[in-house]
Write a protein that binds this ligand. Structure first.
Ligand SMILES: [Zn+2]
Length: 324
């Protein structure tokens, strides 16, 4: 069984993120998102209980010491996999001293658990050393299926399995109730996906400043495009075309619950600009790209701004492909 790397010895770099006035952010998104959606409503509200329908999260809120974690990177997956890169996420809460720790987001699932590569939809709470693991993993079934012939297999990780691999993008908080941004968008009229649209608004307004945001959104109606990684390629993947050819794509049906993070700008830390993975109550899950039914698309999202960005185990080199 492949062992996780010792979290205490991983290289960690902490940066303070820009925290603009929240009312200004509400205004910026309210105005800016109209370029991409016919109906937009953005508010700063009390977080509903996210453990409930339709979110099914391990904690009720997103509040309390919010951090963004960008762990590993694409160059541990491509051109060929680096099998040493296994991280223990429960230990991250301990090392970063966030207690209780609630982690949500997108990453490569624990391939040693499944025996093959998979997508991780991280949804994990740790309190007093006790783990509430509600992370889902999505994989291709059967694992050897040729592209276009397999289906999605979605399962909940066992409580004892808190590993992830290669690259992970997380919001870490204490999972407390509190105020959050609520972003509702309906009927997509532009070309950007929901998260890219939010990111674009922030990047346009706060030029050269890094704003980080994490949370959950549900596609309530319509369908969305997701990919699931098959098992690791034995042939080196050297371009976006190679990666596109390798990934398995699916059109998945609402409601899809998407968890992840975005940053408005990379201050030179080899950050993933946006990364959301989805799960559902009907057996589908995977990496979010965009809705495929723009006329009926209906998004409801709750997000928090993060105060601190933590870059963990940054790869020695940055790849200029495979970042989508
Ligand atoms: Zn992904």
């Amino acid at each position: 069984m492949a062992k996780a790397l010792n979290t205490k010895t991983l290289p960690i770099l902490k940066t303070i993120l820009h925290m603009p006035d929240i009312n200004e952010v509400v205004e910026v998104l309210s105005d800016g998102l109209k370029a991409n959606f016919a109906e937009v409503s953005v508010d700063y509200v009390d977080c509903p209980d996210l453990t409930k329908e339709p979110f099914h999260l391990a904690s009720s809120g997103l509040g309390g010491n919010p951090h963004l974690l960008d762990i590993g990177g694409v160059s541990y997956l491509l051109p060929l996999v680096n099998r040493e890169k296994i991280y223990n996420l429960a230990d991250m809460c301990k090392v970063l001293e966030v207690e209780p720790g609630f982690l949500l987001g997108a990453g490569a699932g624990p391939w040693p658990h499944l025996g093959v590569n998979c997508e991780g939809v991280i949804n994990l709470r740790v309190e007093n050393g006790k783990v509430d693991q509600q992370t889902r993993i999505a994989s291709i079934s059967p694992t050897t299926a040729e592209k276009g012939t397999g289906s999605c297999k979605l399962e909940v990780l066992p409580q004892s399995e808190t590993r992830s691999a290669l690259l992970v993008n997380l919001l870490l908080s204490q999972g407390k109730p509190g105020k959050v941004l609520r972003v509702v968008c309906k009927k997509r009229t532009g070309t950007l996906d929901y998260i890219a649209a939010i990111r674009q608004c922030l990047a346009n307004k706060y030029v050269d400043k890094c704003i980080g945001l994490g949370g959950a959104f549900v596609l309530k109606e319509g369908k969305s495009k997701h990919h699931i990684m098959p098992d690791f390629s034995k042939i080196a993947l050297n371009s976006n075309a190679d990666v596109e050819d390798w990934l398995h794509f699916f059109d998945m049906s609402a409601p899809m619950i998407n968890l992840g993070t975005l940053v408005s700008h990379d201050p030179g830390l080899d950050l993933r600009l946006q990364h959301f993975h989805a799960f559902s109550q009907h057996g589908e899950g995977g990496h979010y790209h965009i809705d495929t039914t723009p006329d009926t698309a209906h998004y409801l999202g709750y997000f928090t701004l993060a105060e601190i960005l933590v870059r963990v185990d940054r790869p020695p080199e940055t790849l200029d492909f495979g970042q989508d």
